[in-house]
Write a protein that binds this ligand. Structure first.
Ligand SMILES: Nc1ncnc2c1ncn2[C@@H]1O[C@H](COP(=O)(O)OP(=O)(O)OP(=O)(O)O)[C@@H](O)[C@H]1O
Ligand SMILES: [Mg+2]
Length: 455
């Protein structure tokens, strides 16, 4: 009998055919979804209405990865959610089989191979880099040394006009109290080496826009990581007459999506110089605020966008003096929910609710400009559903396999094997389809601009 190690046991895992190697599981149990390249056998499995990812890997690695992912969940750091490790597996002939690590499939997420399977705008690549840099900094802030940063080990999700990056592979990771500068630089060096290789592969496969160059891309990552780290943790010294710089620092961190839980402030004995350094910063500034006000749990930039809309709603309904949480409840029931419920059920797998709301806001802005009037939100929702959403491919991907058009995948349950007729080629994926609909981003990690604006 196999053993199941799990903090939250899921009895539906018990009857699965653990006596078979993952490669031999009947297709009834499997779901064909896009996936990154991996050394181990990975399959997406159907468990009731849920989709889980199963990875066959040696015991020590499986248990270690399970524990690391649990730590990340505890620290609220974006990573796939660990569910169980199945050990003591025996094949039909009694031979031992490797354990399986089970994680929850990250809904609405895509591996980079899918993103780059057709030409990706340079601007999109830049936003992917930003998402990656934020993930790495967040991991380092909690003492998490990844040691295997690569595009294949990251999943991306839409986050308003930006992307959010999630860690998917923690096999090599180590957790420390604090990381030294040397450890962080080592992790960054691994990232640069791996990413350079991956970008070069994409370039060789003509999947990288001509204006992009692997070396420049990895240099950008290093520079942005160091900038962000300095902003998050660096010491700032100024004269005692410039105390507003404390507030500016906090505002800049908020704008980057971080809250300051502890700021160390020291003053020289005569009060002429002040020295500040953030000691504890937590990511998720806007996510937490929106959650507190409305209960909605969304990505950071989605939350930023929704909060802006909530502010506008408050202003428009002239309720500035009313308690914010009361207005938030009105906004939720009168603005957010009607838009989300206007989407027919069969189209809901295309985007998550917060992303749809964000895209409707964009759509409304363009429609209002075009028609020279303020288009009501529900009209905008109808127009968006008709003109944009209908035509988009599914992204939830929890029920339907990846659209491959007329071409055959070499193995539909292992898309990383490419197409049957062209080894190595990847199925098309749709993240660029609506490129024209997305307004120019503001460049979330433009720290220099934040400094200029905030003083
Ligand atoms: N929970 C999940 N949700 C979505 N996709 C997942 C999940 N778990 C794994 N995947 C997909 O499977 C791929 C391989 O998983 P993973 O990186 O853990 O395997 P690996 O063999 O350990 O990789 P490596 O070769 O880097 O050691 C990932 O790139 C990702 O696309
Ligand atoms: Mg991997």
């Amino acid at each position: 009998m196999p053993r199941i190690l799990s903090a939250k046991p899921d009895s539906r895992l018990i009857p699965l055919p653990w006596e078979l190697p993952l490669t031999e599981w009947p297709t009834d149990y499997l779901v064909a979804l896009p996936r990154g390249i991996s050394r181990h056998v990975v399959r997406f499995i159907k468990v009731g209405n849920d989709v889980y990812a199963a990875k066959e890997v040696i015991e020590a690695a499986a248990v270690h990865e399970y524990r690391m992912l649990q730590e990340l969940a505890r620290e609220n750091t974006p990573a796939v959610e660990p569910l169980a490790v199945i050990t003591d597996r025996r094949g039909m002939g009694g031979q031992p089989l490797d354990p399986v690590l089970v994680t929850r499939h990250l809904d609405f997420s895509l591996p980079y191979r899918s993103l780059f399977s057709q030409s990706v705008r340079p601007d999109t690549v830049n936003r992917l880099l930003d998402a990656m840099v934020v993930l790495l900094a967040r991991l380092h802030l909690i003492g998490f040394l990844w040691l295997d940063v690569s595009l294949s080990n990251i999943l991306f999700r839409r986050d308003a006009g930006e992307f959010a990056a999630y860690l998917v592979d923690a096999e090599t990771a180590e957790l420390h109290d604090v990381l030294t500068r040397g450890q962080r630089e080592h992790d960054l060096m691994i990232a640069v080496t791996n990413l350079f290789g991956e970008f070069s592969d994409l370039e060789a496969g003509q999947l990288l826009d001509e204006s992009l160059d692997p070396l420049t891309l990895v240099d950008t990552i290093s520079a942005r990581y160091r900038d962000l780290w300095a902003e998050l943790t660096g010491v700032e010294e100024f004269s005692g007459t410039e105390l507003d710089r404390i507030e500016s620092r906090v505002r800049r961190l908020n704008a980057l999506g971080f809250d300051v839980a502890e700021l160390d402030i020291t003053t020289s004995p005569d009060g002429s110089t002040v020295r500040i350094q953030p000691k504890v910063v937590d990511a998720g500034h806007h996510t937490r605020r929106l959650m507190r006000l409305t209960g909605l749990d969304v990505e950071e930039n989605q939350a930023r966008r929704l909060l802006n809309d909530l502010d506008t709603f408050r202003f428009r309904t002239n309720q500035q003096q009313l308690d914010e949480s009361l207005v938030a409840h009105q906004w939720l029931t009168q603005s957010f929910e009607p838009v989300v419920t206007a989407v027919p059920a069969h189209l809901r797998g295309k985007r998550d609710a917060a992303q749809i709301f964000h895209e409707v806001l964009d759509y409304r802005w363009y429609a209002s400009q075009r028609e020279n009037r303020e288009v009501p939100m529900l009209d905008a929702a109808d127009g968006y559903i008709r003109d944009v959403l209908e035509g988009l491919p599914d992204e939830a991907m929890n029920s339907r396999p990846l659209a491959e058009g007329s071409r055959q995948l070499a193995n539909p349950f292992d898309p990383s094997q490419g197409f049957a007729d062209e080894e190595g080629a990847m199925p098309d994926d749709p993240w660029e389809v609506d490129a024209a609909e997305v307004p120019e981003p503001t460049g979330m990690l433009d720290i220099a601009a934040l400094r200029r604006a905030g003083g």
